[in-house]
Design a protein around this ligand. Structure first.
Ligand SMILES: Nc1ncnc2c1ncn2[C@@H]1O[C@H](COP(=O)(O)OP(=O)(O)OP(=O)(O)O)[C@@H](O)[C@H]1O
Ligand SMILES: [Mg+2]
Length: 249
């Protein structure tokens, strides 16, 4: 569970270029909830994820993750709970390393070392089996360099890697923005399956209103650093694409 209490994030405080990116945002995301965030450019969506992940500290307010006050906890310490996928398929993977080595690195990152060290073949099989679930045929290419893959293939693998060591929270910041519609669908369906399988608490930022309608159990809209709409499960299920289009009209 994620609890944000009166979060304010001010950049360049006291200077001419001061920006209030988050303005007293309070938000609770329950365990297993899949929250979708929509909102125009600069409305504070990424900053909100940064404050949750620890990439940025809030100026005032409180961040509680899984009953722990994480407000001043650095990002690397929060990574035990949090996995993150970004817009750019190039971020989060090492292009000059093979697929299998990228998975190895990902597993080492938060220290599930038992999985990795010494039991090479077992690890490889585990990775191959996971990759096979994507249905992209990449399980036979685990020695191939990550940099030789398409954006969609990389993003799919990044997603798998991000949940390798059982995080509780998955943060997706426009993960499909750079992808063609087919790859985008594959990524979001994979994410959906992983979220359900591992009962992850998830947040998806998207500018794609169809995605926003299709995925997630709750939707919020952000505008100028505030939450301006919040539709929970039942209301979201009844939302039509047209309603979303009207929000942005
Ligand atoms: N490191 C920073 N320094 C200064 N200002 C920042 C910084 N990060 C974000 N901002 C500002 O905070 C505001 C919110 O930015 P944020 O990136 O959270 O928006 P967003 O909703 O994710 O937008 P987009 O849809 O374009 O990704 C913007 O005005 C942005 O310029
Ligand atoms: Mg953003």
């Amino acid at each position: 569970m994620i609890v944000l209490n009166n979060i304010q994030k001010i950049f360049n405080k006291g200077e001419a270029n001061q920006v209030t990116a988050l303005n007293n945002v309070s938000l609770t995301v329950q365990k297993g909830e899949y929250l979708v965030i929509v909102g125009s450019n600069g409305s504070g969506k990424t900053t909100l994820l940064n404050v949750i992940s620890g990439a940025e500290f809030c100026t005032t307010g409180k961040v509680v993750i899984d009953e722990t006050d994480a407000t001043r906890l650095p990002e690397y310490k929060r990574s035990q709970w949090i996995a993150r996928v970004f817009q750019n398929p190039l971020s989060g993977t090492a292009p000059d390393l093979s697929i299998i080595d990228n998975f190895r690195l990902a597993a080492l990152r938060t220290g599930k070392r038992k999985l990795v060290i010494g039991v090479n073949d077992a690890f490889k099989k585990l990775v191959r089996d996971k990759i096979a679930t994507l249905g992209m045929g990449l399980e036979n290419k685990v020695e191939q360099n990550m940099g030789t893959l398409s954006g969609g293939q990389r993003q799919a693998l990044t997603l798998l890697m991000s949940v390798m060591d059982n995080p509780q929270i998955l943060l997706l910041d426009e993960p499909t923005a750079a992808l063609d519609p087919r790859s985008a669908k594959l990524i979001l369906e994979t994410a959906d399956a992983l979220i359900k399988q591992y009962q992850l608490t998830a947040i998806l930022i998207t500018h794609n209103l169809k995605e926003a309608q299709q995925y997630g159990s709750r939707i919020i809209q952000m505008s100028e650093g505030s939450i301006t709409k919040d539709f929970s499960t039942e209301k979201k299920a009844n939302l039509q694409l047209q309603d979303l289009v009207e929000w942005f009209g």
